[in-house]
Design a protein around this ligand. Structure first.
Ligand SMILES: Nc1ncnc2c1ncn2[C@@H]1O[C@H](COP(=O)(O)OP(=O)(O)OP(=O)(O)O)[C@@H](O)[C@H]1O
Length: 307
């Protein structure tokens, strides 16, 4: 099996004056859930359209399942399930009729797959209810059912959580996690809100003004967004000994300027300050610090989140 499901090489797309994608080198490992983060207009949909063959690049290349030669690439695209923008859902049809229409349109044999796809996304019991009466979350799941036709190995989903309420976001996250775990489907999912993909994505790619600024694993992101208690005392070495002995942890570091970053006991700061005070240490500064996901994203794209 290929280690990578997708690799792009210097992928560039220009729409007249607009450089939508600028020399993007993206790599998505088989089995991963790749969270593709960027503001509106950053270039997420454009990359997805190039990969799925809905648009053509200005320069650069795409390798899908190890295939980059034109004919083989077209073949490889049959292994992808796609939900980019609101798919053509027929408002006066039921969930079943909608998925069946797409099955026929795409020439996928065997009607059984329609009920299977609907069951998988939790829409197996919607009966005669028409799509126009579905909640946004149900519509998003219906789009996902359409994308799942043909048993794809790789799902490409453009903002499937857009507009969903918090509960809808959680449901979508659980559903995608299930598809990834139980069926081994690799997923590329875009969003403009990093925290929406938290606890779902195993890898992240941050795009801004068409440039892929950074690719990192969930663990790397977590490490960079780690929160800690910032402590400044008159005698840092002695404080370090107190933390180790009295608070029974070595999850801290003493910086060159003498400040201590304590990564444990964040939920019990009172216990930390009392232990230090009990040993006669004078506390000069004591506060929780660190970046949350959203501020990391904003900092990474240069603070221009609302430009
Ligand atoms: N068909 C097109 N013609 C001209 N410009 C386009 C076209 N499609 C996209 N663009 C431009 O390319 C840039 C990237 O757009 P793209 O839709 O890929 O961004 P996005 O990150 O998916 O944002 P959104 O979430 O708003 O869709 C934007 O500046 C957009 O205006």
């Amino acid at each position: 099996m290929n280690e990578y499901v997708l690799r792009t090489n210097l992928l560039t797309k220009r729409y007249k004056q607009q450089l939508a994608l600028d020399n993007v080198d993206m790599s998505i490992r088989a089995g991963s859930i790749y969270g593709f983060i960027g503001q509106n207009g950053a270039g997420k949909s454009t990359l997805m359209k190039l990969v799925t063959g809905l648009a053509f690049q200005t320069s650069g290349s795409i390798e899908l399942f190890g295939q980059s030669e034109e004919k083989a690439l077209i073949e490889a695209r049959h292994r992808i399930g796609v939900a980019i923008e609101q798919p053509a859902l027929f408002p006066y049809m039921t969930a079943y009729e909608n998925v069946e229409a797409h099955r026929i349109q795409r020439g996928i044999p065997g009607r059984e797959c329609v009920a299977q796809a609907l069951k998988l996304v939790g829409l197996g019991e919607t009966g005669r209810k028409k799509a126009r009466n579905f909640s946004l979350g149900m519509k998003q799941r219906l789009s996902l059912a359409v994308a799942l036709l043909g048993d794809p190995e790789f799902l490409i989903l453009d903002e499937p959580t857009n507009g969903l309420d918090p509960m809808g976001v959680v449901e979508m996250r659980e559903l995608l996690r299930k598809l990834n775990r139980e069926r081994g489907i690799t997923i590329l999912i875009s969003s403009h809100i990093l925290s929406e993909l938290h606890q779902l994505a195993t890898h992240y790619g941050i795009i801004h003004h068409g440039k892929l600024l950074e690719q990192l694993t969930a663990d790397e992101l977590q490490a960079r967004c780690r929160t800690f208690l910032h402590i400044k005392v008159d005698a840092p070495e002695r404080a370090a000994a107190v933390i180790e002995r009295e608070l029974d942890t070595n999850e801290f570091e003493v910086l060159e300027n003498g400040a201590i970053r304590l990564y444990a006991h964040l939920e019990r700061p009172g216990r930390v300050s009392s232990a230090l005070a009990a040993h006669g240490l004078e506390i000069e500064q004591f506060m929780p610090m660190g970046e949350d996901l959203e501020s990391y994203f904003t900092a990474r794209i240069g603070g221009g989140a609302h430009e």
